[in-house]
Design a protein around this ligand. Structure first.
Ligand SMILES: *Cc1c(COP(=O)(O)O)cnc(C)c1O
Length: 554
């Protein structure tokens, strides 16, 4: 029997489908969805089905056992595996129509033997090493390997369906050097008489940065889960939607006085009277033990609350003092998810642990129940699918989340939208505006409009331009009229515009609030725009006024 919602990784199928579709449209070729390591911790079978629905051509895993598990889960779409043990049983693969990536002659002969044993043609691809010094045939082996492959293909034992290699993601120069070696291998393979239909080199990172490496297929893991493979870029920056929400629930509440020791070793002692929530998720579930004391938060009732004390194998403790008595047993606790919905992104844990988001999601333990959550793909742009009112509030943890919210808003804005942006200096208005500009795909940089009254950012893609107005120095609505802005044909974002433009009928108000006592970031006061970056969580409230927004703002 399961105990319900104690430890759940919710996997959004609309997010997976969206990400695969986005990658297909972006690259214009085949997408191989990489599902190794239980779909990077998301649940390989859950993700596999959604990836095929989103338009993936082929599913990729490392081990044959993983490929067989997909077949056992009822997935009959094409599957390839590429990392083989010395005693691998290719008969089991050929029986199940699992494609094999071949890295050396011994594997090629074993595959051909398995095929002839079953009287079938085995489908295979050549995996070559172009500089990573890992799995794959090295350049000295290519000629003999490809010649034998062509021979076996003519004999009907194998079908050579593709050629691929893996990049080091070191830099563009190294990528280009690998690509040159890859192309010389392709020439050798063709000269040997093979005509591979799938040619692929780029995984997520190169897919996001290097269209010249697409060939006709990309082989993508991280991006289909909606997570960024690039340091310094968020999911939203790349048009991706994170698919996993890691959640638990409050199973005990305890009021404690100042000075109470918390968890093993008492390495946290409460500073004031507070309330502690017990959350049944620990390091056996993939929550790094070293997060202890590092400053990570979880989202409860829309607020970010700190994890305190040492993280145990099964449980951790959250200080919810700032929530007052608004919380009850069984209330949901979100450990990470899509920051556009106001929860912490997985990247917070990765950064605190000095690792990459890949390692965090791939380490989510087996006790965590993977639950597929389906829905209408078109609801993705709603920060909260259940909220159809024209107002919503979000907790925004940091500048990245503020930027991501801006991108999401920008994507949903259209010509005629009028936005009033209000918030104290240093609240993150410029960060949000920059995100809006990016979401609208207009020419940047969107900066604080302090030295001009209105700046127009033309669209880079045929959409509406962004007009960014600083209403601070406008005396009244008449002065705004004097600027003669094209409100109908543009998205107009005005800072400090409250009181000036309400007469226009419909508008969106965005209010950014800092926590009481929260400050800007004076330590960054180096004259750059970072002055406007929030360093503490913000509450952002988006409200639509007037008939245009009767059905919601987004
Ligand atoms: C894991 C893996 C990928 C996917 O890498 P991402 O960075 O997650 O896109 C692609 N190809 C091979 C050979 C891999 O092992």
């Amino acid at each position: 029997m399961r105990t319900g919602s104690m430890r759940v990784a919710e996997i959004s199928l609309p997010a997976i489908r969206h990400n695969v579709r986005h990658l297909r449209e972006m690259t214009g070729g085949n997408v191989i969805a990489v599902l190794k390591a239980n779909g990077y911790g998301h649940g390989a079978a859950i993700v596999g089905k959604a990836a095929i629905e989103g338009g993936a051509t082929l599913l990729g895993v490392a081990d044959l056992e993983e490929a067989i598990a997909l077949r056992d889960a009822g997935i009959d779409a094409p599957v390839i595996c590429w990392l083989h043990g010395v005693r691998v049983d290719f008969v089991a693969a050929v029986e199940r129509d699992i494609e094999i990536a071949v890295s050396n002659l011994a594997q090629l002969e074993a595959l051909a033997a398995a095929a002839s044993h079953l009287g079938k043609t085995a489908t295979m691809q050549f995996k070559i090493d172009t500089g990573l010094s890992r799995n794959g045939a090295s350049p000295g082996e290519w000629s003999a390997l490809f010649a034998r492959g062509a021979e076996l293909e003519r004999a009907g034992a194998v079908r050579v369906r593709g050629l691929f290699s893996h990049l080091s993601n070191t830099n563009d120069t190294e990528d280009r050097a690998q690509a040159a070696r890859f192309e010389s291998a392709l020439a050798i393979l063709r000269a040997a008489g093979c005509d591979p239909e799938m040619i692929h080199l780029a995984s997520s990172a190169a897919t996001m940065t290097s269209p010249h490496l697409y060939y006709n297929t990309v082989r993508v893991g991280m991006a289909i889960y909606g997570l960024s493979p690039l340091a310094g870029k968020t999911s939203a920056d790349l048009g991706l939607v994170p698919a996993m929400t890691l959640r638990s629930e409050i199973v005990a509440l305890r009021d404690v006085p100042a000075g109470a020791g918390v968890s093993y070793g008492f390495n946290h002692v409460t500073q004031s009277d507070t309330t502690l929530a017990l959350v049944p998720i620990g390091y056996a579930d993939g929550m790094p033990r070293a997060l202890n004391g590092a400053g990570a938060t979880v989202a409860i009732a829309g607020q970010h609350c700190p994890i305190v004390g040492r993280i145990g194998m099964d449980q951790c403790i959250v200080d919810i003092g700032k929530l007052g008595k608004k919380v009850s047993l069984g209330d949901p606790v979100i450990l990470f998810g899509d920051p556009c919905t106001g929860v912490p992104p997985v990247e917070v844990w990765a950064e605190l642990m000095r690792t990459i988001n890949y390692e965090i999601v791939a380490s989510i333990g087996t006790r965590v129940v993977r639950v597929a959550v389906d829905g209408d793909d078109s609801t993705l742009s709603e920060p909260d699918n259940t909220d159809t009112s024209s107002s919503f509030s979000l907790q925004i943890a940091d500048p990245e989340a503020m930027h991501a919210l801006g991108v999401r808003l920008g994507r949903s804005f259209a010509a005629g939208d009028l936005v009033i942006l209000t918030g104290p200096l240093g609240a993150g208005k410029t960060t949000l505006s920059r995100g809006i500009g990016e979401g609208l795909n207009v020419r940047g940089p969107v900066t604080s409009p302090t030295f001009v009254l209105a700046r127009t950012h033309p669209s880079l893609g045929g959409g509406a331009p962004l007009i960014h107005v600083d209403a601070y120095r406008l005396a009244d609505a008449a002065e705004l009229d004097d600027l003669d802005l094209d409100f109908e044909g543009s998205v107009v974002v005005t800072e400090w515009g409250a009181g000036l433009i309400e007469e226009r009928g419909s508008w969106i108000e965005i209010v950014i609030e800092r926590p009481i006592g929260g400050a800007g970031n004076p330590s960054d006061a180096d004259g750059s725009e970072d002055l406007d970056e929030p360093v503490e969580p913000r509450t952002v409230t988006v409200t639509g006024y007037g008939p245009r927004y009767n059905n919601g703002v987004l």
